[in-house]
Ligand binder design. Structure first.
Ligand code: ASP
Length: 591
């Protein structure tokens, strides 16, 4: 027989009880975390959001309560009344370890099936099982802690934005396509057969229109949707801190974000200070082989093309530049380890990987016959390699216009070797602004220049005239914020003039008709007095992931999707009734 909650009122949260609560009456509610039956004494650990408290049932003094406790099982929902007492043997492992509750009454409010995995701090259940039974997983301390931290971060962000005069404005979820470079999630319209809403890839157009609407400073903690292939640090629906401001200089936007990030880190106990350093995109690529460099360690790249004479280049089929770096202490790598490294280099796009081992008596290399002893020494010197280091040099398979392909390959090896050689100082928090991006990038799939960010990104004033003639030279007014090798988000000063926005769309190959059809309303809005404006969006899930020390976004999202874009608990996506399809005028092919 289950008990009713009736008029029972909780007096304390389980995890809050401390020594100074001793000798007080308490009524706690929660789940049975553990039961130990020692005959005369029966112990229940009771858990709620705040933690666990030990409850003791004494057969002699409280026979009724004790008998009832014998029926309690793991994850039963209970209310317990009793007296808080000091423990004879405190347990320093838990916050409530100095006390326990001597129970006088037990109410069993609900029972529970045996959970498919134990509700413990560390479990070895498969992630799929955890996600299928997410409600049980959420009872564990770690997911709990992550959700609490995320709440605190978001709350602090909201406070900071409000204090800086930003208004939180909601923008539509049922809208039309926003060009952020991903596929749209579409929602069929019942009222307008054959027509679709798109879920927003971002509120980009709406926030710019809010500036035209005179709102001056907008922000939103907002869900965005992108139908992309997923990775550990991507989700089909994700949350952004999205903001836009009128009449800003780039440094004004940076100052806003620095303030927000310093405060968000602060609630996670991480001390950082602004202003954050800046780096040009091309320097990031040449020095770190990445547009999101991890500055927690060195191992910087150096261009070493000059160490490869023409003849060697031909033999090794080297096309573009060669980039290299010194891997500290890796001169002792075995033949097998070097072969593995070369394989890894090839798998990320290298044509060749060349190694130089540096010893106190000089540098040696298998390519010495091809490039000569002097060049081997030079490779070591250019990378500032010390005795004991291994110089890793790579050339790249594909030469993409405007990029240093070999640097990008070397950048990936730098990251994996940096990790393997324990070079990354994990106590550091290295923020970085990247600026000076090109406006366009070449898309091999589309065989066309496409926007490197989105098509509303501002253009460096003196480059506007090259839009039609030399698009690859045009620089954008875009910027990215990077933390410890992760891109936290990007933004830009926007195009606010209608004539330039039209030229940009045309440079992207949109016909007058396409332009009107897709962006007519926005182009029109730009003609009614648009202030210069700019903004940025940061990934809230990513921020929460990094600040909670997790490696997967799924650990900081209450109901995440798998890498196959499924919600295993709610079992979505799913079939729908035939009636629903008919109302929408949709027939599924092949059914
Ligand atoms: N809408 C952009 C994005 O989602 C951010 C921005 O430009 O403000 O990446």
């Amino acid at each position: 027989m289950l008990d009713f909650l009736g008029n029972l009122k909780r007096t304390h949260y389980c995890g809050h009880l401390r020594a100074n609560d001793a000798d007080h009456h308490a009524l706690v509610m929660g789940w049975v975390a553990r039961r130990r039956d020692l005959g005369n004494l029966l112990f229940l650990d009771v858990r709620d959001r705040t933690g666990i408290v030990q409850v003791v049932f004494n057969k002699e003094s409280e026979p009724v309560a004790h008998a009832k406790a014998e029926q309690a099982r793991s994850e039963f929902v209970v209310a317990i009344e009793g007296h808080v007492v000091r423990r004879q043997k405190p347990n320093p492992e838990i916050g409530t370890g100095e006390v326990e509750i001597m129970a006088s009454k037990l109410f069993i409010l609900n029972n529970a099936k045996t959970p498919p995995f134990p509700i413990d701090e560390e479990i070895n259940a498969a992630e799929e099982t955890r996600l299928r039974y997410r409600y049980l997983d959420l009872r564990r301390p770690k997911p709990h802690k992550n959700i609490v931290l995320r709440h605190k971060i978001v709350l602090e962000i909201r406070k900071a934005m409000d204090e800086m005069g930003f208004l939180e404005v909601e923008t539509p979820m049922l809208t039309r396509s926003t060009p952020e470079g991903a596929r749209d999630y579409l929602v069929p319209s019942r009222v307008h057969h054959g027509q679709f809403y798109a879920l927003p890839q971002s509120p980009q157009i709406f926030k710019q229109i809010l500036m035209i609407g005179g709102l001056d400073r907008y922000f939103q903690i907002v869900k965005c949707f992108r139908d992309e292939d997923l990775r550990a640090d991507r989700q089909p629906e994700f949350t952004q801190l999205d903001l836009e401001m009128s009449f800003p200089r780039q440094e004004d936007i940076f100052a806003v974000i620095e303030n927000v990030m310093v405060r968000a880190c602060g609630v996670a106990g991480v001390t950082v200070t602004g202003p954050f350093p800046h780096m040009l995109y091309k320097d990031a690529v040449r020095k770190y082989g990445s547009d999101k460099p991890d500055l927690r360690f060195g191992m910087e790249l150096h261009e070493v093309t000059a160490c490869f004479p023409d003849e060697a280049k031909q033999k090794l089929q080297i096309e573009g530049n060669v980039f290299a770096f010194a891997a500290p202490g890796a001169a002792g790598y075995s033949r097998k380890q070097l072969d593995e490294l070369a394989e890894r280099a090839k798998s990320v796009g290298a044509r060749g990987a060349y190694f130089v081992k540096v010893a106190p008596e000089g540098a040696t290399s298998a390519v010495e016959k091809l490039i000569g002893a002097d060049n081997v020494q030079k490779l070591g010197a250019l990378c500032a390699a010390k005795p004991g280091d291994l110089v890793v040099a790579v050339s790249a398979k594909q030469q993409v216009q405007g990029t240093e392909a070999a640097a990008l390959v070397a950048g990936q090896l730098r990251l994996s070797l940096g990790d393997a050689l324990k070079q990354i100082d994990r106590s550091q928090w290295k923020f970085l602004w990247i600026t000076g991006f090109p406006l366009f990038e070449w898309s091999d799939t589309d065989k066309a220049w496409v926007s490197a960010q989105h098509p509303f990104t501002g253009i460096v004033d003196e480059d506007v005239e090259k839009l039609e003639t030399a698009p690859w030279e045009v620089r954008s007014k875009g910027y990215d914020l990077v933390l410890n090798g992760y891109e936290l988000g990007s933004g830009s000063i926007r195009i606010h003039r209608q004539d330039i926005q039209e030229r940009l769309f045309k440079a992207l190959g949109l016909s007058e008709e396409q332009l009107r059809k897709r962006f007519g309303f926005f182009i029109d809005a730009l003609t009614y007095g648009t202030p210069p404006h700019g903004g940025i969006a940061l990934g809230v899930d990513r921020i929460a992931m990094l600040l909670s020390g997790e490696k997967s976004l799924r650990e900081v999202i209450a109901f995440p999707k798998t890498t196959a874009a499924q919600d295993l608990m709610a079992d979505s996506p799913s079939d729908v009734d035939q009636v629903q399809l008919e109302q929408l005028g949709i027939t599924i092919k092949g059914q």
